[in-house]
Design a binder for this molecule. Structure first.
Ligand SMILES: [Zn+2]
Ligand SMILES: [Zn+2]
Ligand SMILES: [Zn+2]
Length: 201
């Protein structure tokens, strides 16, 4: 069980999810970009700032954490290179596709919501299984029926995500436009068509 889990969850993930970001760097506190919003997958240690990155993590795999309404998010384009994010709800925020690191507090979801996070029951926009990386991690540890491991490279994953998005779009379109459109009615024109019997000569 334990070894199976370690295959499904990369060693840095739990630490990433429990790290607090956006504190001011102790070394570079006076500089403009001193918020600790970076995380190094190779060092797997604390969050650090822009200047720490260039001095200590130059050739490492570093991901940048962003903030949306005080919650930590990461860009899909960055995280999908190192993690299989399938099943996790993505959002478009400031014209970038992102996902949330952790579950966030929420009001009780209303009735009639069709998609819910399997772990925390947050209502989701699309038919995904989880609201965040954190909830997917819980599912892996609990049931082992999901995985974060990417088999080879990031390209396969990004293509799959694109295809899922396309399918979603197509599905929506089908809802909006029925497949058998009724011919446009134009009663005024029909009225104008002469139906009178030809006048006798
Ligand atoms: Zn720093
Ligand atoms: Zn590093
Ligand atoms: Zn959740």
């Amino acid at each position: 069980m334990g070894s199976q889990e370690s295959m499904r969850v990369p060693p840095w993930l739990e630490s990433l999810l429990s790290t607090s970001f956006f504190a001011v760097c102790r070394i570079h506190g006076d500089a403009a970009r001193s918020e600790c919003n970076m995380y190094c997958l190779d060092c797997n240690a604390d969050a650090f700032c822009f200047y720490c990155r260039s001095s200590r993590h130059k050739d490492h795999r570093v991901i940048q954490i962003r903030r949306s309404s005080y919650h930590d998010v990461v860009r899909v384009s960055e995280i999908q290179k190192v993690l299989d994010i399938s099943g996790v709800q993505t959002y478009v925020i400031n014209s970038a596709r992102v996902l949330f690191l952790n579950e966030r507090p929420q009001p009780k979801s209303g009735k009639g919501v069709s998609h819910l996070c399997e772990i925390c029951s947050r209502s989701l926009l699309d038919p995904f299984r989880f609201c965040s990386l954190g909830c997917k991690l819980v599912a892996i540890k609990r049931n082992g029926d999901a995985s974060f491991s990417i088999e080879s490279g990031g390209e396969g994953i990004s293509r799959r995500v694109e295809r899922e998005e396309e399918e979603l779009r197509e599905g929506n379109q089908q809802d909006i436009y029925p497949s058998t459109p009724s011919p446009p009615a134009n009663p005024r024109r029909r009225k104008g068509i002469p139906h009178r019997a030809p006048l006798g000569t």
